[in-house]
Design a protein around this ligand. Structure first.
Ligand code: BJW
Length: 242
């Protein structure tokens, strides 16, 4: 891949980088995406199961979906794209990774400056007391799992119609307003509020690069749209930044 001179020059002079990732970054690890041509979690649609109403109506079904995903993800490893992003945090004075993914693969790749804006499926939350704690049990012994206090546990993730953490949003907005470059990787850019994050960076004057195997709603207006696999593009981009 030959990157444009304009893009390489923009990266060389930059001290503040933000990266947004979505399910596409984990595709090459073997984790299915939600949408896109290879998308869908088998017969399940995120819009049907990733809601508080679905959980209220059938906690067993929703937990079966999460248990299946946890089993699948537990056997997967971070790929070259995750590793390249983890390395990037050491190259820039200010760096933030905003991931929509709940799979934990960025942390396993070594990323530390990150916001998991839709939560993490290796944490559970007590529906009674609101307490959040790690849970790595694969497969789950009991579905739906229960807290010591007997209340139901839920995955500590953000479902449709739920608010995102105010701190995560504030940290993300500040980084997006101040960044000089934004990379948007492997997201269909349709789920709000993250779908609007590139606009915040653009309004602050950032140079925006998108990496995706398919065009998305933002491809037409970003500064550079790179069509390709993130596991192949990101390591090359990392080299060009050094
Ligand atoms: C590759 C690749 C490779 C493949 N290399 N690329 C304003 C207008 C309209 C609606 C709303 C609005 N504001 C809020 C809403 C409602 C809603 C929403 O956005 N709905 C839309 C569907 C229209 N948003 C919310 O409810 C959010 N809450 C909120 O805003 O609260 C306030 C509020 C509520 C209600 C009204 C108004 C305000 C919460 C959203 C929570 C999303 N949760 C999920 C599930 C998380 C837990 C779990 O995983 O189980 O998050 S849904 C699912 O979608 C998941 C993902 O993080 C998210 C985004 O998906 P992502 O990552 O983009 O994946 P895909 O599959 O869509 O795309 C993959 C991409 O990768 C594709 O483009 C491929 O081409 C590409 N690709 N291989 C590079 N190798």
């Amino acid at each position: 891949m030959v990157f444009s001179q304009k893009m390489i020059e923009r990266f060389r002079g930059v001290s503040r980088l933000v990266v947004i990732t979505g399910a596409g970054i984990s595709a090459e690890s073997g984790v299915p995406t939600f949408r896109g041509s290879d998308g869908l979690w088998r017969r399940y649609r995120a819009e049907d199961l990733a809601t508080p109403q679905a959980f209220q109506g059938n906690p067993r079904l929703v937990w079966e979906w999460y248990d299946w995903r946890r089993r699948l993800i537990s056997g997967k490893k971070p790929n070259a794209g995750h590793m390249a992003i983890a390395a990037m945090e050491h190259l820039f004075e200010e760096f933030l990774l905003i991931t929509q993914n709940v799979d934990g693969l960025h942390r396993r790749a070594g990323s530390t400056k990150l916001v998991e804006i839709h939560g993490n499926l290796w944490r559970v939350r007590c529906m009674g007391e609101g307490k959040v704690f790690p849970n790595n049990e694969v497969p789950l012994k009991e579905i739906p799992p229960r807290c010591e206090c007997e209340a139901l546990l839920r995955p500590d993730v953000v479902w449709f119609g739920e608010s995102l953490s105010e701190k995560d949003l504030a940290d993300s907005h500040m980084a997006l307003r101040e960044c000089e470059c934004l990379m948007v990787v492997g997201t269909s850019a349709v789920v709000q509020p993250v779908a609007s994050f590139p606009t915040i960076a653009r309004n602050g004057g950032a140079f925006i690069v998108e990496i995706n195997v398919e065009p998305t709603p933002i491809s037409g207006w970003v500064d550079q749209s790179i069509l390709g696999k993130s596991g192949e593009i990101l390591p090359q981009l990392l080299e060009s930044m050094k």
